[in-house]
Design a protein around this ligand. Structure first.
Ligand code: CO
Length: 171
């Protein structure tokens, strides 16, 4: 089921999400709903809090090319539960966007390489070691689990400009 996306500056986006302890039907339904919502909104990643569920769950699906009809295959969707960074190193800057801040894109500084441990939908431990765009997407989604949105990483000046324009747009 496609769910509504929580839009910035909704306070729910500030919630620190809770650890998942039951890898049951309810979790699997949440993952299905998140996938359908992400595909419907043409996003590449989604955290559960973005549909109002404060659980440490995120999904990522990076299309193989940039064309509009690139198929987002369900079996290639990364389902990440209770993620923890084991290491982060280097620096890089990439343009980011967010389904909770639709239409706004800005360069954000991140670590270049990350190693992350997480659980899959069955509760099995997995590790990702990545230094491509996936590493950036994981850092962006991980921020959502900590109650942070990428616009909070903007410089003071850029943040002020964004807040002004965003308020205007919301009216
Ligand atoms: Co986001």
């Amino acid at each position: 089921m496609v769910r509504n996306i929580v839009i910035y500056p909704d306070k729910r986006l500030k919630t620190v999400s809770d650890e998942v302890t039951n890898f049951n039907e309810e979790l699997h339904t949440l993952l299905e709903d998140m996938y359908e919502t992400m595909v419907h909104k043409k996003g590449v990643g989604l955290a559960a809090i973005q549909i109002g569920i404060a659980k440490r769950v995120l999904i990522i699906n990076l299309p193989e090319d940039d064309s509009d009809d690139a198929i987002v295959k369900k079996e290639e969707t990364l389902e990440i539960i209770n993620p923890v960074f084991l290491s982060m190193e280097g620096n890089c800057k990439h343009q980011e966007g967010c389904l909770s801040v639709p239409g706004f894109y800005e360069d954000i500084e991140r670590s270049r390489r990350i190693v992350m441990e997480y659980q899959n939908r069955h509760g099995e431990k997995q590790v990702i070691d990545n230094q491509d765009f996936l590493a950036i997407a994981l850092q962006h989604e991980m921020d959502h689990l900590e109650g942070k949105v990428f616009v909070e990483k903007l410089s003071i000046l850029k943040r002020k400009k964004f807040e002004k324009e965003w308020k205007k747009k919301q009216k």
